[in-house]
Write a protein that binds this ligand. Structure first.
Ligand SMILES: C[S@@+](CC[C@H](N)C(=O)[O-])C[C@H]1O[C@@H](n2cnc3c(N)ncnc32)[C@H](O)[C@@H]1O
Length: 268
């Protein structure tokens, strides 16, 4: 994949972030090339699957927080990934029936699966789009029509921004999205962390080798991605510490869970 932009044509011989992630989650929507990258990562970091489960778990908690506590009734999920056991629209519908959800991803396989499972879901819509081109996401007629841009929107950027390289200006891309959001909107970011630890550096090297692009960032770098949004308690924290359902983490999982952070900011 080199350092070119994420692929927009389907090629099962090239590993893809969405499908490697699906494999690590125990899904079936992946190919041999994806499984090879996943197996290499598992061989070096056997607890990696706890990390990806923690990513799904924090996404679940954030959706419950936004819909259940903050009263948001529309979600824009960019980098939504392949359908898995508990999807954003299902959690949102359970928490706040009628919540509208737009899924955006640049992987055609993700879109094909999303559209198949959503064929009977009027409140949820899937659209092809690229985080590298935020203007075209917010200007897309379908996205504009499906969401009410005069009311707060919850923007979900879960496990996607670390696939945007520094030279692609992730801060500027997110600032463009924030500028388009109505007041009272929220932005959730889950991001892989440059902890300074050799295990995180090794995971980054393996993902870079397998997927061709990834950039772990420090907590301060991730904080800057929120611009001047106010961070909701508990702030930007290691993934398992964001409003946890369970208080304690087994010691053997602390290292892998230190490699990602999560935070939710609110636009005044
Ligand atoms: C690791 S998956 C995360 C899926 C889901 N958000 C979650 O956290 O469980 C990352 C997703 O981001 C998508 N992605 C990566 N770069 C993207 C981009 N520039 N624009 C849109 N989607 C992108 C991939 O196709 C993949 O589905």
């Amino acid at each position: 994949m080199g350092t070119e932009s994420p692929d927009d044509t389907f090629d099962p011989t090239r590993p893809h972030a969405a499908r490697v992630y699906d494999y690590l989650l125990g899904g079936k929507d992946n190919f041999a090339a994806d499984r090879a990258v996943g197996d290499q990562i598992i061989a070096r970091l056997p607890e990696v699957q706890v990390g990806v489960q923690a990513q799904r778990a924090v996404l679940n908690r954030v959706v419950r927080y936004l819909v259940g506590e903050a009263g948001v009734r529309q979600l824009l999920d960019i980098g939504s990934g392949l359908p898995t056991s508990d999807n954003v629209h299902e959690i949102a519908q359970r928490t706040g029936p009628g919540t509208r959800v737009v899924y955006v991803d640049n992987d055609p396989v993700v879109l094909a699966h999303a559209r198949a499972i959503l064929s009977d879901q009027a409140a949820t819509f899937a659209e092809r789009g690229d985080l590298l081109d935020p203007a075209s996401i917010v200007a897309s007629p379908a996205v504009r029509e499906h969401l009410d841009w005069t009311k707060p929107i919850g923007l979900l950027l879960c496990g996607i921004v670390h696939y945007v390289l520094d030279e692609e200006n992730p801060e500027g891309l997110i600032a463009e999205l924030i500028a388009a959001l109505p007041p009272g909107s929220y932005v959730f970011i889950h991001h892989l962390l440059d902890t300074g630890d050799s295990a995180a550096a090794e995971l980054q090297a393996q993902m870079l080798n397998g997927l061709g692009r990834v950039k772990f960032r420090t907590l301060e770098e991730v904080r800057r991605l929120f611009g001047d949004l106010e961070l909701m308690p508990p702030g930007l924290v290691p993934v398992a510490e964001w409003r946890p359902d369970r208080a304690t983490i087994p010691a053997r999982y602390r290292l892998v869970l230190s490699m990602a952070c999560a935070g939710v900011g609110r636009k005044a």
